[in-house]
Design a protein around this ligand. Structure first.
Ligand SMILES: Nc1ncnc2c1ncn2[C@@H]1O[C@H](COP(=O)(O)OP(=O)(O)O)[C@@H](O)[C@H]1O
Ligand SMILES: [Mg+2]
Length: 153
């Protein structure tokens, strides 16, 4: 008899979703440190910051952003659109920053990017936006989107 599909068999790439109580609590530092340690141990680690606010959306590079820092720590060269698919200018919660730009955040490109990183790498680290309860869309919290398939710490 075939086993029932489990989250593990659907997303066989191990990973961690790093969240916290809010902004400025050290998520980026912790995620970057984990990426550097894994890399040093020879693990091909991919990183993702699915939603980042307070950054220039048109900026093709991730320079100066959390996503850029994580990518430097991991030593990866994935496209900015995959590492940080939702970039918004206002330094606010993604839901608010998107509304200020008259945009709505769609989750399917974010999940596609996450799956692509899982395909490319042995391990994937995802840094959440703001705190655990930061709204991305009405009725969608951050860990339910970018971190799907990863364990929360
Ligand atoms: N353990 C720590 N000791 C001292 N400073 C820290 C520590 N962790 C983070 N910081 C500093 O706190 C600030 C916010 O950390 P950051 O990782 O960017 O938080 P977040 O990603 O949660 O917004 C940064 O300036 C960082 O250098
Ligand atoms: Mg951060």
């Amino acid at each position: 008899m075939l086993p029932h599909p489990t989250p593990h068999t659907l997303h066989p790439t191990p990973g961690l979703f790093i969240t916290g109580t809010g902004t400025g609590v050290g998520k980026t530092i912790v995620t970057g440190a984990l990426a550097a340690i894994l890399r040093q141990r020879g693990v091909d680690v991919g990183v993702m910051k699915p939603f980042e606010t307070g950054v220039a959306p048109g900026n093709a590079s991730l320079e100066g952003s959390d996503a850029g820092f994580l990518q430097r720590m991991a030593g990866t060269a994935d496209e900015p659109e995959i590492v940080c698919p939702v970039r918004l200018a206002a330094p606010a919660a993604p839901l608010v920053a998107a509304a200020l730009e008259g945009r709505e955040i769609h989750l399917s490109p974010v999940l596609d990017a996450f799956r692509e990183l899982c395909r490319r790498h042995e391990f994937v680290l995802v840094e959440g936006a703001g705190g655990l309860a930061v709204p991305i869309r009405v009725q969608t919290l951050s860990p339910e989107s970018g971190g799907r398939g990863a364990r929360a710490i």
